[in-house]
Design a protein around this ligand. Structure first.
Ligand code: CDP
Length: 227
């Protein structure tokens, strides 16, 4: 059976999309694009310019003017990719608690989404890509040849986020992380434009209790069923 050329992986915050997406891409030798990093970079640009996360008009103008580039890691410091915002490295800065707090407000602005989605589609046209986000299978690439919806309970996702931060030497109380995840889930699923939901033709992979390796095997199994 031929490998799908475009693979869409969607799911809520902390479900493991970024980790699994990167590993799937590496295994298949495909390009990996974490679209969440693009929305985070716009949120960072807005924060730097002190634009209110509810000012849709200024956010849309900003998204149309900033240059966001995501490419292979430029340093071996544990990053899966390097994110440049107008040429400067913001790979770690976009992961701050402050960006966690505002990113979903920024991402619900349709003008922001239009600008990002256009870039995402342009990249997918080249083929052999694993694209990760919230709306990839539903809106960005509705014709993706394989769609995965990766999910886990909110408690499990908060636990993983705590571990991920701890591995970078950061500590935040689990309860705060859980509240943040629930708030972001609500904003992402209830927004009018491109809400987070599984595409009708997505394979849902529940990852509670699975190790990264086990989740990866399930996703790879769904992508390339043994015939
Ligand atoms: O890594 P984590 O799952 O916490 O979030 P992310 O994938 O970096 O995405 C950050 C935020 O960007 C999400 O909470 C969404 O609000 C937004 N996002 C989106 O709206 N559409 C996408 N395709 C990807 C992210």
């Amino acid at each position: 059976m031929a490998m799908p050329r475009t693979i869409a992986i969607d799911g809520p915050a902390g479900a493991g999309k970024s980790t699994i997406g990167a590993l799937v891409a590496e295994r298949l030798g495909y390009l990996y694009l974490d679209t969440g990093a693009m929305y985070r970079a716009v949120a960072l640009a807005a924060q730097r310019k002190t634009i209110d996360p509810d000012d849709a008009a200024r956010l849309a103008a900003l998204a149309g003017s900033v240059r966001i580039t995501i490419g292979p890691p430029t340093t071996q410091d544990g990053r899966a990719y390097t994110v440049l915002l107008d040429g400067s490295d913001v790979t770690w800065e976009i992961r701050s608690a402050e960006i966690d707090r505002i990113v979903s407000q920024v991402a619900r602005v349709s003008g922001v989404r239009d600008a990002m989605v256009a870039q995402q589609r342009a990249l997918a046209r080249k083929g052999r890509v694993v694209m990760v986000g919230r709306d990839i299978g539903t809106v960005v690439l509705p014709n993706a040849e394989k769609k995965i919806f990766l999910t886990a309970s909110a408690g499990e996702r908060a636990r993983r986020r705590e571990e991920e931060l701890a591995s970078r030497g950061e500590r935040r109380p689990r309860q705060d992380l859980l509240n943040e995840i629930l708030r972001r889930d609500r904003l992402d699923t209830e927004r009018e434009v491109s809400p987070l939901k599984a595409a009708d033709d997505a394979v849902v992979v529940q990852t509670d209790g699975l190790s990264v390796k086990e989740a990866l095997e399930r996703v790879l199994g769904a992508i390339s069923p043994r015939s």
